[in-house]
Design a protein around this ligand. Structure first.
Ligand code: 17E
Ligand code: FE2
Length: 411
């Protein structure tokens, strides 16, 4: 197959891409079709590697209002409601919702999803269902599963055993939730436990870390120190890290040295945290987001995630990463030209780094032919216009397509 006349990333000249046997074979200008080769003309539109959802809770997706609506809109009421909903989970229920959510994501150009799955459930039913789906869906969307202890590791009955069982059952990464543990001591111990577990089984780590406005919530320094001292470094991701947005500058400045040394990844979820944090503030009210710009300047890798599609924590959501980038740029005040033009990296290459996708991610000869075609000439326009993904190919096969809506004026 020959994909012609496409602007790849920020290229200023249109190029052609040849795909053979599901792999990128050749990329260059003026490639000529072989006899009988399928040709697709992109009409000078933008081609990117697939979008990556680096932080999602697929097991809770599409459950908003069940068994009741979140009235306060807080993280903690969300956790309570999910705890009730969790009691009625079945494999069929999880499978049906995840199948729907993954298709919403795929239609928006996503081909990789890191999902946190709540394992504070003695039946581990959601985890089992997710492991099945990871296998069944792998030709369309590659799913990475984090064993996520929503109600704590030390603060939930048999939390440590459930975590280890989840890893044995097939989780790809180990999670933790230090800010939700009963005590600071438990928070620290939970991080030591998570890192040891990941080391024992050779897994990645992704911690819901300090998702709270409390400036005394300092899970991050413990996680970064462990990542540094164990050498796990970039195998570790810190998600949310909202409290970093509330730390005093003198402490944050000192912490940034350790963060740089640790090499850990950060995943910021702008929709959710602008909505959930700052709830107990009077005015002026905090934004509740981590320090994205400063972390990037510090040399830390940062990606953006959606976190949620329509669940007890957030009653909206489309799964479209353009929404995430759009709101993230606003909330993080990343409105400069380069911030906007480069922002696709937050949901492509930076996310690929957090997920450890390695060299196989990206449009280059020899790699799996995974790519998307936007209905826009560049990412700036795609973002501003919320352009649709016209086509999404995985291993050279078309897995999703969209037709742009036609808007007309009559004056
Ligand atoms: N659980 C949690 O602890 N934090 C979140 N933001 C969501 C679930 C969505
Ligand atoms: Fe999350």
């Amino acid at each position: 197959m020959l994909i012609r006349n496409a602007y790849i990333e920020k290229s200023t000249v249109p190029e052609d891409i040849r795909i053979t046997d599901g792999k990128f074979a050749e990329i260059g200008k003026g490639l000529q079709p072989a006899l009988g080769e399928e040709v697709i003309d992109c009409g000078g539109k933008l081609v990117l590697p697939p979008l990556i959802e680096s932080h999602m809770h697929l097991d809770t997706c599409l459950t908003a209002g069940e068994p009741r609506w979140n009235k306060s809109g807080t993280l903690f009421e969300g956790i309570e409601i999910w705890s009730e909903r969790k009691k009625s989970l079945t494999k069929a229920d999880v499978r049906e919702r995840v199948n729907r959510a993954v298709r919403m994501q795929a239609a928006n150009g996503i081909q990789y999803v890191r999902t946190h799955v709540d394992i504070t459930d003695p039946s581990l039913v959601a985890l089992e269902a997710m492991c099945e789906l990871r296998e069944e869906l792998k030709d369309f969307v590659e799913i990475q599963i984090v064993a996520f202890p929503q109600e704590g590791i030390l603060s939930y009955p048999n939390g440590k055993e459930l975590m280890e069982n989840a890893v044995k059952a097939g989780a790809d990464a180990v999670g933790a939730i230090p800010h939700y543990e009963f005590t600071r001591e438990y928070a620290v111990e939970s991080l030591h436990f998570a890192v040891k577990l990941a080391e024992k089984y050779g897994k990645l780590i992704d911690v819901h870390c300090d998702e709270i406005d409390d400036p005394a919530s300092r899970g991050l320094e413990v996680l970064a120190c462990l990542a540094y001292e164990t050498g796990m470094k970039e195998m570790v991701s810190a998600s949310h890290t909202c409290a970093l947005g509330s730390y005093d500058n003198s402490y944050a400045f000192k912490l940034f040295r350790l963060l740089r040394l640790s090499g850990i990844n950060f995943v910021c979820n702008p929709h959710i945290n602008i909505m959930l944090q700052g709830r107990l503030d009077a005015y002026p009210r905090r934004r509740g987001l981590t320090r994205v710009k400063e972390l990037l300047e510090n040399g830390n890798n940062v990606s953006f995630g959606y976190d949620v599609i329509y669940d007890p924590w957030y009653l909206l959501g489309t799964g479209n990463m353009l929404d995430v980038v759009h709101i993230g740029l606003h909330v993080c005040q990343m409105g400069g030209y380069d911030d906007i033009a480069d922002s696709y990296k937050l949901v492509t290459f930076n996310a690929a780094k957090a997920l450890h996708l390695g060299d196989a991610y990206g449009i280059k000869p020899g790699n799996p032919a995974n790519l998307i075609l936007f209905d826009a000439k560049d990412f700036y326009e795609a973002l501003n216009e919320r352009a649709v993904v016209l086509k999404s190919w995985k291993n050279g096969k078309l897995i999703a397509s969209s037709t742009p809506a036609k808007k007309e004026t009559h004056f």
